[in-house]
Design a protein around this ligand. Structure first.
Ligand code: ADP
Length: 399
């Protein structure tokens, strides 16, 4: 069975074509700068990487471009569209409607459209991908995998905000959490690697440009750091994370900015970038800090400190922890961040092993000492594979 996984952002489309029988990624890549000058596609298949330029005006054109390259003689890996058995789409916000991945029907499309208010920047491009695929491959089943779905098991006391209850009933204002597919992938993988006993209580740290932590008991999220939107929680590349809400009105008044301005401030100009004034990118910050830039160092210290606070609070909330997982670009690659986050947790039962940790990038590896009561482990995430597996199960009628 061949499955294409599609992830549509506002000006990009990422894709991977899986052969589920041979467990091989046949092709992967992305179209970037959709609707802008200089659009291009990066495509990889049969061990060959190419970058091709071309005008891509919208998501429909982007999907046509991707499918075209997949069947092209020079760069392709299939001879006909009919070889594609199913499409899996990443959808950011499923609100309270979606607790797992689903087959996309007209009714489901309507429900995703109803969630647009909750994710006005993310759900519309996700829907554009669905509409485009439906028009080009009308007979191929499509599945939606939601970033929010895995966290739908959070209990009420964790997902409610202490605001008037009517805001929840009127507008569904509550905490949803994101990166669910990644938290789910690494938690399931940890169970395979470490066994059930060591993975009953997990803290999963997805540390990328966007970042979130989840507390998971027996495979079910009980809390996570992102909220109604992805801006809550950790210090991220350009998002501020947790904030005194009083700051918002204060800054709006003092700086005379409106809601668009404040939204842009907390989402695009804060976090690592806002504090350091250098970059939102961990590698650039690490270099700047090593060269003595104190604000770059402060940004790093704040990121590490916030993750530590979440680990401590989730261990308290769960009454202990068996395993702490690191994933995402920073979690998988930055040994110094992992060290700064996980050191000194002996009181929790976690004995970090700096020798095992140092220099490890992008590979599965235990980084706690042998015999440590709590395990620390790096597990590279694979959201696309998770979406492909869900799609195969649903299309195969097994879920
Ligand atoms: P996104 O949320 O965009 O998917 P990623 O998970 O790709 O982000 O993570 C991007 C972050 O990972 C960036 O801050 C980047 O600097 C960091 N990163 C990637 N490789 C390394 C590395 N070798 N060392 C330190 N940080 C890294």
């Amino acid at each position: 069975m061949k499955i294409i996984v599609i992830n549509c952002g506002s000006s990009s489309i990422k894709y991977q074509l899986f052969d589920m029988d041979s467990h091989v990624v046949l092709a992967k890549g992305g179209v970037e700068k959709i609707g802008l000058n200089g659009s291009f596609i990066k495509h990889e298949s049969n061990g060959k990487k190419v970058t091709l330029e071309g005008e891509v005006v919208d998501h429909q054109a982007g999907i046509e471009y991707i499918l075209g390259i997949l069947i092209s003689r020079e760069h392709g890996c299939i001879s006909d569209f009919c070889e594609i058995n199913a499409v899996g789409h990443r959808v950011v916000h499923g609100g309270e409607k979606f607790k797992s991945s689903v087959l996309i029907t007209d009714e489901v499309v309507k429900q995703i459209e109803e969630c647009i208010q909750l994710a006005p920047l993310h759900n519309p491009p996700n829907l554009s991908g669905i509409y485009a695929m439906k028009s080009i491959l009308p007979d191929v089943p499509q599945v939606g995998a939601f970033d929010t779905a895995f966290h739908q098991t959070m209990p009420e006391h964790a997902f409610m905000y202490a605001l008037p209850y009517s805001l929840y009933t009127k507008y569904a204002i509550r905490r949803y959490g994101f990166h669910g597919t990644s938290h789910r992938y690494v938690s399931e993988r940890a169970k395979e690697l470490l066994g059930e006993q060591r993975t009953q209580k997990l803290i999963t740290c997805h540390l990328g440009n966007g970042a979130s932590v989840a507390a998971i008991i027996n495979g079910k999220t009980v809390d996570t750091s992102m909220g109604l939107t992805p801006v809550e929680g950790l210090v991220m590349g350009t998002r501020c994370g947790d904030l005194d809400p009083g700051i918002m009105t204060y800054v709006m008044e003092r700086e005379d900015i409106n809601r668009t301005g404040i939204n842009s401030l907390i989402n695009k100009h804060s976090g690592l970038l806002g504090i350091s004034g250098v970059s939102s990118d961990m590698r650039e910050l690490e270099t700047a800090a090593a060269e003595g830039n104190q604000r770059a160092q402060l940004a790093l210290d704040m990121l590490h400190y916030r993750v530590r606070k979440y680990i401590g609070s989730y261990a308290a909330a769960m009454g202990g922890v068996d395993t702490v997982i690191f994933t995402g670009g920073i979690g998988e690659n930055s040994d110094s961040s992992r060290y700064e986050i996980a050191k000194g947790f002996e009181f929790l039962g976690l004995e970090f092993d700096e020798t095992k940790n140092v220099g490890v990038r992008g590979q599965e590896k235990i980084i706690s000492k042998d015999g440590s009561k709590v395990t620390a482990i790096i597990i590279p995430t694979n959201e696309e594979l998770m979406i492909a597996r869900d799609t195969a199960l649903i299309v195969g009628g097994k879920q």
